[in-house]
Design a protein around this ligand. Structure first.
Ligand code: URA
Length: 268
């Protein structure tokens, strides 16, 4: 993968761009045996060889983050009118050309993956290989048991939007205590319930909100709690993020039928 050397080094923990400029100037960093001093030099992390202060160095190219998206920011890499999820990231992540995996509405909270692994993003979001996504939806009209069963049957069959599109079968559940926290907190217990879990296989525009509209209700708050095998880390505050663990990355790859080794790991 080709990139500017200052970006590559920033994403490998060499400090800010200013630190890196200083470090390159000191001729401590060699590419293919020659000192590189220009921070704008384009290198290829797959084919070039790197050494720092005399030691061989294998740069990491890929990054995988889990963000607890807050309400009020758009899922985009740039936007003329709003802050984006990218504005929440500090260096080195902000320098890494990450992109969101799929999309959450501006008012939706919860799990959003960010990566620069294009093929994995494609597989996770493709209708053919995509993974299940579970949302906690708070409803305008709390549901009694019979409405819950009615919704469950309708979503299980697939519901039809105004434009004629019929959704794939989706699964309605009740949250357990473990699903509830934060501002959308859901109490478990008897009906009526004002919050439910919906697991969908696809990611159409306003999918969950539109599904509840077809059964005469309205989503008033929405939070994604899982995507395939990855669950939102409850320790992350809104706007917080962390790197995915190697086992989470491997599980995601397995879920989409691509269990290539994690970047930097040797094949088993
Ligand atoms: N469905 C919605 O309606 N909104 C989202 O943000 C995600 C799924």
């Amino acid at each position: 993968m080709k990139s500017r050397i200052d970006k590559l080094l920033a994403s490998n923990g060499f400090g800010s761009r200013r630190d890196i400029k200083r470090m390159l100037k000191s001729r401590a960093f060699l590419v293919n045996g020659a000192a590189v001093v220009d921070p704008g030099t384009v290198v290829d992390s797959e084919t070039d060889s790197f050494s720092w202060e005399g030691k061989a160095f294998k740069p990491r190219e890929k990054a995988y983050l889990m963000l607890n998206k807050p309400s009020g920011v758009v899922t985009s890499t740039s936007d003329p009118g709003h802050d984006t999820v990218m504005d929440l990231l500090a260096e080195p992540w902000s320098l890494m050309d990450l992109h969101p995996v799929g999309r959450l509405d501006i008012d939706t909270e919860g799990l959003l993956l960010l990566t620069n692994d294009g093929p994995l993003t494609h597989r996770l979001t493709s209708p053919k290989t995509g993974v299940d996504k579970t949302y906690e939806a708070r409803l305008r009209d709390p549901v009694g048991q019979s409405a819950f069963e009615e919704y469950r049957a309708a979503f299980g069959r697939g519901v039809t939007f105004h434009d004629g599109y019929t959704t794939l079968p989706a699964k309605l559940d009740l949250p357990s205590n473990g699903d509830a926290d934060g501002p959308n907190a859901v109490q478990s217990g008897a009906f009526p319930r004002d919050a439910v879990l919906l697991t969908v296989q696809e990611g159409k525009y306003h999918q969950v909100k539109k599904m509840f509209k077809t059964v005469g209700n309205e989503v008033i708050a929405l939070r994604r709690i899982s995507m395939g095998p990855v669950r939102l880390d409850r320790a992350l505050p809104p706007g917080g993020y962390r790197e995915l663990s190697e086992s989470e990355i491997r599980a995601l790859r397995l879920a989409v039928g691509n269990d290539a080794p994690v970047d930097g790991e040797s094949a088993p």
